[in-house]
Design a protein around this ligand. Sequence first.
Ligand SMILES: [Mg+2]
Length: 377
Amino acid sequence: MAYSPDAIRHIRLSTATLPLPTPISDAKVFTGRQKPMTEVVFLFAEITTAQGHQGVGFSYSKRAGGPAQYAHAKEVAENVIGEDPHDIAKLYDKLLWAGASVGRSGVATQALAAIDIALYDLKARRADLPLAKLLGAHRDSVRTYNTSGGFLHATVEEITARADQSRAEGIGGIKIKVGLPDTAEDLRRVTAVREHLGPEVPLMVDANQQWDRATALRMGRRLEEFDLIWIEEPLDAYDAEGHAALTTALDTPIATGEMLASVTEHQRLIDARSCDIIQPDAPRVGGITQFLRLSALAHHAGLGLAPHFAMEIHLHLAAAYPTEPWVEHFDWLDPLFEERLEIREGRMLVPDRPGLGITLTEQARSWTTESVEFGTR
Ligand SMILES: [Mg+2]
């Protein structure tokens, strides 16, 4: 059958505020840099083509930036109307040039991410393939670990109870936050959790950028005995040299990258050999087009991959990474989507549904604060 060009006919952008049941605190709150997080703001893009194909994508922001992402997307989205939805890289460039004066990273490209991800979802749905299969998967499931149970606002007792629950649900690894102003308290918490879990359970810690170089090295050495899968964000996200020194000095792998907002920023980490495991976030780096460019660079540099947050997207992207990755389990987004990801024996299963395999719930619609449409239905 000959290829028949399709055209994007309609795009709906909306922004919704997801309330979190409990205010969330990591080390940035304990060092006074941020307030506890109470909500996550989403930018959704829903695209329909002349042939009736559909795709949905999203971007998100924590604490600030949601209105800016929505406003930027609203200014540039109309540029994709009438275009062939298959030509994702071309459309990405077109959107990028439409907003070129505000740059190629951060809010400007996070706004494009929702559209880019929707185009990938649409392409995979049209092909009747899960996104991982469209990209070319190396595996049908990915090792998964829980983060949401290990925040600093939780007591050790709460963390171990949540860890037991996660393990009972089939989640393999457990990550806990560190980076308290009192490093002895950090060590006490890690010791208690490791003792509770036993030596076999994969355990990670995350300092959310709150150590200086000397503290990170000292803590890194103290943490070696816990046989951690990785130490995450020991230093400021932009301290490539500091991370590189730690990566060389410690046996425990160093992971970082979630706060970076473009491929170029990640490339600096890769070039400086700043980590063992890179943690990009597709919405934050500008979408799947950018994520794939960066995962190619990371693989060539011999890095492991553990994407940050948004497991609904990253499960597919991790499944397509050549070496065995990890995917971060966060149940926060569950109220937004009808479907649930299946987890078994420590691994998250790539869904057999086409595309990302997500459908927005009525609840997500009810949390919408603004929306705008371009083109005709
Ligand atoms: Mg983190």
